[in-house]
Design a protein around this ligand. Structure first.
Ligand code: COA
Length: 418
């Protein structure tokens, strides 16, 4: 049977997606073992895909794809700025067609287009840890679970400040999006949220969730004394209080200042009928324990992988971020796919415009494309990669120099699953 990678540009009429997009969506959900969705609901939900690039691998006789991939341009914060990334998701292969190279076919096609159109980085999250390194992706950020015992939580600053306002589904995006846009600049790796993602955050209706509304979601916006919004939190009732004590699960919490962060947590801790607040996608360095008289009231849980990054254009990617020290370092990058391959001088003499050019100079450090993706946001120490044999120090102390160079003001964090 012959296979062909085809691209679909989704469109919608009166909120209903076109037939190709609906067929693609059904195939994608089946690959992820999601519940079957009633056709009318599916056609309306698939309209959210407008603006994405969809790819399918088709067997010539079958209108339904045997493999799927969705991507779109997203803005991702980096130290000192932001960069456009090719956000990749929904890679699924029909259960009867696995291990025949279809994931490879669809992903290689997407990366080639991203590179051709000048997108310097591709980003994805993965269901499995051993899948994407072979395509040049490196693990670059982690999230960590956090659990607050609200009955043990006493804040070191006892008085609440500012003002809280509840948000409704209709007002969430307009009130929260500007806040998220400012808040995400504080965390390398933090990505923007599209319109459909804002709607799903509050209603719970999304393709992966079987399109069931989740009516136990709430959102609160915090503003300072001058009325300027500084942060928001969206949460759901994970366990009703009828069992004796309720539990709240945070879905998104974004704060632009220490004060807004503290007051949002104070709000969560003060909810009547609630004994615990959990957050599965907190950053690995949440300040919450430091706000409390007893830091043990906030218990960190397991961390899990979040972003995998694939550098497609070395000058474009490394030139988009800023660096905390002046340095000139030569990196030899091994990349069988070719995108990042070469010997590169990274020269940060000009703090505003780092220079990244190919060079014939001897490398200080040799590494492969996944290792470069892992280092990019400053969340992985090159010396650790050297200890793992994943990075070779060709001049003594070069891994340490590189560590100081790629260091970021905060750990990378992206709280938005995609
Ligand atoms: C994971 C999945 C997309 C793989 O698709 P596939 O078409 O079988 O993959 P391919 O045949 O193109 O394999 C490409 C490479 O990945 C390897 N690979 C595939 N699945 C793997 C797995 N689960 N673990 C480790 N390696 C895997 C293959 O051996 C192959 O290696 P090679 O080319 O270096 O020899 C498919 O099994 C699937 O749809 N799973 C359910 C949905 C899912 O988890 N999607 C991933 C979302 S991040």
């Amino acid at each position: 049977m012959t296979h062909e990678v085809r691209r679909i540009v989704p469109h919608a009429t009166d909120g209903v997606a076109d037939a190709d997009t609906v067929t693609w969506t059904r195939a994608m959900l089946a690959a992820f073992l999601r519940p079957r969705v009633e056709p009318g609901d599916l056609a309306r939900a698939a309209a959210d895909l407008v603006g994405s690039r969809l790819r399918g691998v088709y067997e010539t006789a079958d209108p339904a794809p045997v493999a799927t991939l969705r991507s779109w341009d997203s803005r991702m914060s980096v130290p000192g700025g932001e960069v456009t990334v090719d956000a990749v998701t929904a890679i699924g292969v029909r259960a009867t067609h696995r291990r025949r190279g279809l994931l490879r076919a669809v992903l290689v096609d997407d990366l080639a287009e991203a590179a051709r159109t000048g997108t310097p980085i591709a980003a994805l999250t993965s269901t499995q840890g051993a899948l994407y390194e072979r395509f040049g992706f490196g693990l670059a950020s982690w999230n960590r679970a956090l659990r607050l015992d609200t009955r043990a939580a006493a804040f070191r600053v006892p008085e609440a400040t500012g003002r809280l306002r509840t948000l409704e589904p209709a007002t969430l995006a307009s009130a929260a999006a500007p806040v998220q846009d400012r808040a995400r600049r504080r965390h390398p790796g933090s990505m923007d949220r599209g319109e459909a993602s804002w709607a799903a955050l509050m209603t719970g209706v999304n393709l992966f969730g079987g399109l069931r509304p989740d009516p136990v979601r709430h959102a609160v916006l915090w503003s300072d004394a001058t009325g300027r919004p500084g942060g928001y939190v969206v949460y759901r009732v994970a366990q009703d209080w009828a069992g004796g004590s309720g539990e709240i699960a945070v879905l998104d919490l974004q704060a632009t200042t220490p004060e807004s962060y503290r007051e949002l947590w104070r709000h969560l801790a003060s909810l009547d009928l609630v004994g615990a607040v959990t957050w599965g996608d907190a950053s690995t360095d949440e300040p919450l324990p430091w706000l409390l008289t007893d830091p043990r009231a906030a218990a960190p849980g397991a961390s899990r992988e979040m972003l995998w990054l694939r550098i497609l254009d070395v000058p474009g990617a490394l030139g988009a971020r800023r660096y905390p020290v002046t340095e000139q370092i030569v990196l030899a990058v091994d990349d069988p796919a070719g995108y990042a391959a070469g010997t590169w001088l990274l020269d940060t003499t000009d703090p505003v415009e780092p220079r990244i050019v190919t060079t014939t100079a001897e490398p200080d450090v040799a590494l492969d494309a996944p290792a470069l993706g892992s280092l990019y946001l400053g969340g992985v120490d090159p010396r650790v990669l050297a200890r793992a044999g994943r990075l070779e120090e060709r001049t003594p102390g070069a891994a340490g120099r590189l560590a100081r160079l790629v260091a970021a003001p905060t750990v990378p964090w992206n709280g938005i699953r995609f």
